[in-house]
Design a protein around this ligand. Structure first.
Ligand SMILES: [Ca+2]
Length: 114
């Protein structure tokens, strides 16, 4: 696709209202709200309502899920979080499990203690 037609398509998609946008898939790096709205991945379960319908912060998904939506991270405490929290230097899960295994020397260290 040429840049010009890509920009036209992008403008077209952004101008659609909520109803018209339903059924249109977001970019793979975006989070799709139940309403169809597309937002950056990091908005998923970040404790801020970003989707106009609030579907990015559903407690049954963000706080205790048996499985997390595709493309998201499941914490050790079963919370679902955006993969943006992984190794960010900030505890995004509440149990710090998103900051485990971030140490670049982790595997080397593990091999040494065995
Ligand atoms: Ca959010």
């Amino acid at each position: 696709m040429k840049l010009n037609s890509f920009l036209k398509l992008k403008t077209f998609l952004c101008e659609l209202n909520e109803k018209e946008r339903r059924g249109i898939k977001c970019n793979s790096r975006a989070h799709q709200c139940k309403s169809g709205q597309c937002l950056p991945q990091y908005t998923f379960c970040n404790e801020i309502d970003d989707c106009l319908d609030g579907s990015d912060e559903l407690p049954e998904i963000c706080e205790k899920a048996t499985s997390c939506p595709k493309g998201t991270h499941q914490c050790a405490n079963n919370k679902c979080r955006s993969t943006a929290v992984l190794c960010s230097g900030v505890d995004g899960c509440g149990d710090n499990s998103d900051e485990d295994l971030c140490e670049v020397c982790y595997w080397e260290y593990k091999l040494q203690i065995k």
